[in-house]
Write a protein that binds this ligand. Structure first.
Ligand code: NAD
Ligand code: MG
Length: 341
């Protein structure tokens, strides 16, 4: 069994007297900064000059400095900038001021795993990666809960890097939910695989393919929307609460028989082979290389694919139907709004 850590496993005093700079105030940044501050940690937010987030952070009672000033002031530098931006900011504003004894903390292993950032050996390099979006890291904390998180140590210069990661996980509320030891490699590769194959890529393409199949066969788009997208949440909630077995217990026998006989025809051996191919691209660095090149060259292909997704008929039908069910989107009209980013 893997090692899990809970509230009593962390020593919060490890962070006493240690100053933390949270760089970035987006989805993760605002949540970490506010949770750390509420947990009594001495925290500042590091932002670009003229950043639109500066007013938000100040209004929330947080001190804001430039990225370079925050990084040199802090004992622990938490890098919560977009993964594509981290290397440039590290090279310009963090690396020049790093001193032995400082720690650098990530919420995703991308830049360390793919060798884009290589901190000097005198620095602790750790990860605390919440397994959920930032607005939930904040909301669950204020409600007395937390989001499960992964911790990892890439470099342990002080001999206490793991204690630091656990204390930090404690301060953002993660040990209330459970913290799992991992490595930068495992976190990076499983995180990318999960979002590409199941959580984002797999599920959106499955929903659209199901919708298209019904609409092409002459069924009403509204029926297809309710069936393939709206109901998905009800099924996922059951799986989240009680596992696949629990979900199957709640649906009808007819649904369950269709599930166990037809499911494997949809996610068949060819699909599983493609999953392994996608995993290989993550493991050998091809995905990272492609994404960095796409970002550097102005994201033309990314923007095109994004626009194509927005043009899909399921979006127009969904917008119309959700407008008649305002309770569905209540308080979270847009994920970006909720993230504070
Ligand atoms: P985000 O895009 O929501 O926020 C990034 C922040 O950095 C914003 O405040 C932005 O203004 C600022 N920023 C952007 N470029 C900058 C620059 N050049 N200099 C200074 N500031 C700059 O990012 P996020 O989703 O919170 O991701 C941060 C880290 O957390 C990433 O490593 C990501 O992989 C990780 N992570 C994110 C999630 C999530 O659900 N969003 C979950 C787990 C881990
Ligand atoms: Mg993830």
């Amino acid at each position: 069994m893997a090692t899990m850590y809970y509230e009593h496993d962390a020593d919060p005093t490890v962070l006493e007297g240690r100053k933390v700079a949270v760089l970035g105030y987006g989805s993760q940044g605002h949540a970490h900064a506010l949770n750390l501050s509420d947990s009594g940690v001495d925290v500042v937010v590091g932002l670009r000059d003229g950043s639109a987030s500066a007013d938000k952070a100040s209004a929330a009672g947080l001190k804001v400095l430039s990225v370079a000033d925050a990084a040199s002031w802090a004992d622990v530098v938490t890098v919560l900038l977009p993964d594509t931006e981290q290397k440039a900011v590290y090279d310009d504003a963090i690396a020049p001021t790093l001193e032995p004894g400082q720690a650098i903390l990530f919420a995703h292993g991308f830049n360390i795993r793919y060798g884009r950032i290589t901190p000097p050996p005198s620095i602790d390099v750790v990860m605390v990666a919440p397994k959920g979006p930032g607005h939930l890291v904040r909301r669950t904390y204020t409600e007395g809960g937390g989001v499960p998180s992964l911790v990892a140590v890439h470099q342990d210069a002080s001999g206490t890097a793991h204690d630091l990661a656990l204390a930090y996980a404690h301060a953002i509320g993660a040990t209330r939910a459970g913290v799992l030891d991992t490595t930068f490699t495992e976190e990076t590769e499983t995180d990318l695989f999960g979002e590409q194959v199941v959580l984002c890529g797999g599920v959106t393409e499955l929903v659209r393919a199901g919708f298209d199949t019904l609409v092409d066969a002459g069924y009403q788009p509204e029926s297809a929307y309710f069936e393939c997208l709206h109901e998905l949440k009800l099924i996922v909630d059951l799986m989240y609460e009680q596992g696949i077995d629990g979900m199957r217990y709640s649906v009808s026998d007819t649904a369950e028989y269709g599930d166990v006989t037809r499911g494997p025809r949809i996610i068949n051996e060819a699909v599983r082979a493609e999953m392994r191919a996608v995993l290989e691209e993550i493991q050998d660095g091809r995905f990272a290389e492609e994404w960095i090149a796409e970002d550097r060259s102005g994201r033309d292909r990314f923007n095109l694919l994004r626009a194509k997704g927005s043009d899909h008929p399921i979006e127009a039908v969904g917008t119309r139907l959700r407008a008649m069910m305002p309770f569905v989107s209540e308080g979270r009209t847009k994920v970006q709004d909720a993230s504070g980013g």
